[in-house]
Design a protein around this ligand. Structure first.
Ligand code: HEM
Length: 518
C-alpha cells in the first residue's frame, strides 16, 4: 500500500516541473485510492458481510463482470463459495435466499418505504411503468392493468391467434416438399419465436404488427432493439462511474450513443401511436387501455407517457416470452424422454390443431407443459440479471444484515436457480420437480422453491405474466402437436452459452422439425 511519506513528497517537489506535477498527481491519486480501499475493507458498514475482498474493495470486478456479459455466472460462483448473502461491490449486496425476494421487492404497507429501482439502471425508463417513481408507478400500473384483465385477454384472443396461426403457416411452408408432402426442415426457432412475439406485442402496443412473420425477417425497429442490448450494458456502466458523461458522448459521437437510437425509436413509436389513435376504433389493445382508463385521481396518461409505456411493453413483452420458448425448445430437443411425455399430453388433450387456442390451453390443464416451461425458465431465465434496487431511506434489515440506505440490492434469477442450497440437482433439467401435486415432486426438496420467481414479486412484478403463460402454452402446444424436435448442429448445442446484459444475446437455435404423422 502506498503511504504518504514526507521525505518523498519533498523530493518530488524539488524535481523539474515536467516531472513534478505528474508525480504529485500520481502520489495523491495513490493516496486517495488507498484510503478508499482501506475504508471499504475496514470501516464500511458492510465490512462484515461475506464475500471476496477484491470485489468489496472497488466496483471494478463487478463492472468487468457486467461488461463481459457474464455477471450472473460469476455471481453464482460467489454465492456457492460465500453463501446466500454476498458483498459483490463496496456498496452492493447480492442475495440467493428466497426470503430476499419478499424483503427487497415484496409489497410494502402504505407509509412504509420502498427499495426503489436503481437510477443508473432504470433512468431511461423514468416515464414508463418500469422505471417510474413509486407514485407514478401506481398510476401507470392502475391504468395499464385494464389491458391485462381477464376480459381484455378474452377480447385479445383473435388478435393473438392470428399471429400464432401465421407462425404455424410459415413453419408448414418450410416443412412441405414441392408436391406438398410433409418433410423435415431446419429452422432457427429462436428467430421465429421472436418474430411471433414481436408481431403480437407490436399489434397490442402500437395497433399494428411489425410484419416480421409476414416478411420472415426482423423489422428494422425490432433489429435495433435487439442490437441495442449490449450497448445498453455499456450505458449502465458509464452511468455507474460518470453519471454526467452520457450527455458529452451524445454530443461528441452521436452515432455511437445509444441514447440517439432511443430518441429515434421514441419518434417511431410516437408516429405509430398517433396513427393508431386516428383509427377511432375500439379494438381491445393496450393503446385503448392507456388512452381511455383513468387512474384513481382521475388523470389519464399524457402522449409522452403513452408512447414511453408502449415502447416498454414491446420490449418487456416480446423478447422475454421468445426466450422462454427458445429455452423450452432447446431443453425438449435435448431431452427426448421429456419431449415424448409432453407430446403425449398435448396430442391426447386435443382432437384437432384448430382446437388449440388461448382458452383451451388454459382449460386443458396441461400440467406437464407448465412444469416444462417453469423448468426451462429456471435454467434459462428470460431476465437473468439483477434488476437492481437501492435500499430505502433509513436503511433496512435484510436476510439478517443491517443494510445502509442506498446500498445496491441485487437478486439474480440465474444465481437463485443454480444455487445448490435452493434446488436438488440444480443443473439438471427435471420438470418433475414442479409436479408436487402429482407426487412426482416429492423426490425433491421443495422448501426453497420460492427462489424461482421469473416474473419477480410485489407491486412491481410482471404485469404480463398471464399473457406470457398463455402465449407460451399455445405456441408450444401447436408446435408439439405438429412436430418432433431434434437439435441440428454443434452451434445450437451451445445455445445456452451466451452473454447477457438486461436480456440475453441469444445465439441461433437450429432445430430439425420432423412433421408428425397423424
Ligand atoms: C416469459 C415472459 C416474461 C418474463 C420472464 C417477464 C419478467 C418480468 C420481470 C422479472 C419483471 C420485473 C422487472 C423489474 O423488476 O424491473 C417484469 C416486469 C414487467 N413486465 Fe414482464 N415478463 C414476461 C413477459 C411479459 C409480457 C408478455 C408483458 C406484456 C406485454 C410484460 C410486461 C411487463 C411490464 C409492463 C412490467 C413492469 C411492471 C411494473 O413495473 O409494474 N412482461 N417482467
Amino acid at each position: 500500500m502506498a503511504v504518504l511519506n514526507t521525505d518523498l513528497l519533498l523530493a518530488i517537489l524539488q524535481l523539474p516541473h515536467c516531472l513534478k506535477w505528474p508525480l504529485v498527481a500520481i502520489t495523491f491519486g495513490n493516496l486517495l485510492a488507498t484510503s478508499y480501499i482501506t475504508h471499504n475493507l475496514l470501516f464500511h458498514p458492510l465490512r462484515t458481510v461475506p464475500g471476496p475482498k477484491l470485489w468489496a474493495a472497488t466496483q471494478i470486478p463487478y463492472t468487468l463482470g457486467w461488461l463481459s456479459g457474464r455477471l450472473p455466472f460469476a455471481i453464482h460462483q460467489l454465492h456457492e463459495q460465500y453463501g446466500d448473502v454476498v458483498r459483490v461491490a463496496p456498496n452492493r449486496l447480492s442475495f440467493t435466499h428466497p426470503d430476499a425476494y419478499h424483503s427487497v421487492r415484496g409489497h410494502r404497507k402504505s407509509g412504509q418505504g420502498e427499495h426503489g429501482k436503481e437510477p443508473a439502471f432504470y433512468g431511461i425508463s423514468i416515464k414508463n411503468i418500469l422505471g417510474a417513481s413509486r407514485a407514478d408507478h401506481a398510476r401507470y400500473r392502475r391504468i395499464l392493468s385494464h389491458g391485462f384483465s381477464a376480459k381484455s385477454m378474452q377480447d385479445q384472443q383473435p388478435l393473438i391467434m392470428r399471429y400464432v396461426e401465421l407462425l404455424m403457416r410459415r413453419l408448414r411452408e418450410k416443412t412441405r416438399g414441392e408436391g406438398g408432402e410433409p418433410r423435415e426442415a431446419v429452422v432457427d426457432l429462436a428467430a421465429w419465436f421472436n418474430f411471433a412475439t414481436f408481431d403480437v406485442i407490436g399489434d397490442l402496443a402500437f395497433g399494428e404488427p411489425f410484419g416480421c412473420l409476414e416478411e420472415s425477417r426482423y423489422h428494422p425497429w425490432v433489429g435495433a432493439i435487439l442490437h441495442g442490448v449490449e450497448q445498453f450494458g455499456m450505458m449502465v456502466a458509464v452511468q455507474w462511474y460518470f453519471p454526467g458523461l452520457l450527455g458529452f458522448i451524445k454530443r461528441l459521437a452521436p452515432g455511437r450513443y445509444i441514447g440517439v437510437q432511443i430518441d429515434v425509436q421514441a419518434e417511431y413509436a410516437r408516429k405509430r401511436i398517433t396513427e393508431r389513435l386516428a383509427l377511432d376504433t375500439d379494438r381491445a389493445d393496450f393503446v385503448q387501455a392507456m388512452t381511455t382508463a383513468k387512474s384513481e385521481d382521475g388523470t389519464i396518461l399524457t402522449m409522452e407517457e403513452v408512447t414511453s409505456n408502449a415502447r416498454m411493453l414491446v420490449l418487456a413483452g416480446s423478447e422475454t416470452t421468445a426466450t422462454a420458448l427458445s429455452g423450452a425448445a432447446f431443453f425438449l430437443a435435448t431431452h427426448p424422454e421429456v419431449q415424448k411425455r409432453l407430446a403425449e399430453e398435448v396430442r391426447s388433450s386435443f382432437t384437432t390443431e384448430e382446437e388449440i387456442d388461448l382458452l383451451s390451453v388454459n382449460q386443458a390443464n396441461l400440467r406437464y407443459m407448465l412444469a416444462v416451461l417453469d423448468e426451462s425458465m429456471r435454467l434459462f431465465p428470460p431476465v437473468p440479471n439483477a434488476l437492481p434496487r437501492a435500499c430505502q431511506p433509513g436503511g433496512d434489515v435484510i436476510c439478517g444484515y443491517q443494510v445502509p440506505e442506498g446500498t445496491g440490492l441485487d437478486i439474480l434469477p440465474w444465481a437463485m436457480s443454480y444455487s445448490t442450497r435452493n434446488f436438488t440437482k440444480p443443473n439438471e433439467f427435471l420438470p418433475d420437480r414442479w409436479l408436487e401435486e402429482d407426487g412426482l415432486g416429492q423426490q425433491f426438496d421443495q422448501r426453497r422453491h420460492g427462489a424461482f420467481q421469473p416474473f419477480s414479486v410485489g407491486a412491481r412484478n410482471c404485469i404480463g405474466k398471464n399473457l406470457a403463460y398463455v402465449e407460451m402454452r399455445v405456441i408450444l402446444a401447436r408446435l408439439i402437436w405438429n412436430y418432433d424436435l431434434v437439435l441440428n448442429d454443434r452451434m445450437s448445442e451451445r445455445f445456452l452459452d451466451c452473454k447477457c446484459f438486461n436480456l440475453w444475446i441469444k445465439k441461433p437455435l437450429n432445430v430439425r422439425l420432423i412433421p408428425v404423422r397423424k
